[in-house]
Design a protein around this ligand. Structure first.
Ligand SMILES: [Zn+2]
Ligand SMILES: [Zn+2]
Length: 344
């Protein structure tokens, strides 16, 4: 089969002919129909992350059709449409047994530690293949597996409840899903904080109240709009010190700040003013869980979550086009989401 692979860190990906992966007794072989090109793939290609093997096929946002199932598999049949949960966990360790499989001590991520979906086929354990209803395209199914799933997990970590207010700092791919999911979880008002006009416009089409942080102080604006109370839940999806601080400072009494944006840079807050005086919480959120994916797909099927407009470019399984797309992401010349599509 053909696969677009990373041969060496810092070099363009290359198209290679490799054997179709052999699926084990409890595995399924999936004919890949869509594979999302994610910002993480840019970091992988550049060598900024340790890969599990080399060469390796990238691609962790995958949807397709089941081609073959192992003899032990009775949950899924050949021909079914599925999307793929990218973390393959052991099911044996403490974290797996307590429902926190993203911390599995031997977790392997497809397209990072083992071969992923920039290929014609991928083999995964049957439990990692989640049924994808007809109403959801393969492209949308693929992108649900990363940004949307991570947004849902963050809101669940923030325990968003009926009637609460939510602020999302940074409305890129994650944020657009977070707005819709927060509403689905019962939020009455969702504030979208960003500095890009086009993003703020799309955010308001999804039902958020836009706050342009390049024109107003987002903290003052949130206090004003919530009649001085602040928001119940604020989610940081950028990874900047300034916005992390703002996320915490925008909270109401008993508010929860969820930090999703990646950063290793320390920042300061006033503990009395922001935490103790409000009994506020700062919560980290990392990745997502297999058990959250059926709920996410359900929301997409019911059109509560619409990511169809997030996918704006479809490209074939072609090394040159994929590298070009990764270059664009590396240079931030472009914000649109591209998906590698292989027609049936
Ligand atoms: Zn991704
Ligand atoms: Zn485990």
């Amino acid at each position: 089969m053909e696969a677009v692979r990373m041969i060496e860190p810092g070099r363009p990906l290359e198209l290679q002919k490799i054997p179709i992966p052999s699926a084990g007794e409890g595995d399924v072989l999936v004919r890949v129909r869509a594979a999302g090109i994610c910002h993480s793939d840019v970091h992988y290609r550049a060598g900024r992350s340790i890969m599990g093997m080399m060469p390796i096929t990238l691609g962790h946002e995958v949807a397709g059709e089941v081609e073959w199932v192992g003899p032990e598999v009775n949950t899924i049949k050949a021909g079914e449409r599925v999307c793929v949960h990218y973390n393959i966990s052991c099911e044996e360790c403490y974290h797996c047994k307590t429902g926190r499989e993203q911390f599995c001590t031997t977790v392997k991520m497809i397209g990072h530690h083992i071969d992923g979906g920039y290929a014609e086929y991928i083999a995964v354990p049957a439990r990692n293949a989640i049924p994808l209803p007809e109403e959801i395209s393969f492209e949308e199914g693929a992108t649900l597996m990363c940004a949307s799933a991570t947004a849902l997990h963050a809101l669940r970590r923030g325990r968003v409840k009926d009637g609460e207010t939510v602020a999302i700092f940074g409305v890129g791919g994650l944020g657009m899903s977070a707005i819709q999911l927060a509403k689905a979880l019962g939020a009455v008002e969702v504030y979208a904080v960003d500095i890009k006009l086009d993003k703020l416009e799309l955010a308001s089409e999804y039902g958020a109240i836009p706050i342009n942080a390049s024109r107003v102080d987002p903290l003052e604006e949130i206090r004003k709009l919530t009649k001085g109370k602040g928001v119940n839940v604020a989610v940081e999806m950028i990874g900047l010190q300034r916005t992390m601080k703002q996320t915490i400072e925008s909270l109401s009494v008993l508010g929860r700040a969820v930090i999703v944006g990646l950063s290793q840079t320390p920042f300061e807050i006033n503990p009395y003013q922001t935490l103790i005086g409000y009994e506020a919480e700062i919560i980290g959120s990392n990745d997502h869980l297999l058990q959250e994916l059926p709920l996410l797909i359900d929301m997409a099927q019911q059109k509560i979550l619409d990511t169809s407009r997030v996918v704006s470019q479809r490209i074939p399984l072609d090394a040159e086009k994929i590298n070009q797309r990764l270059d664009d992401l590396e240079n931030y010349t472009d914000d649109v989401r591209a998906v590698i599509v292989q027609e049936g």
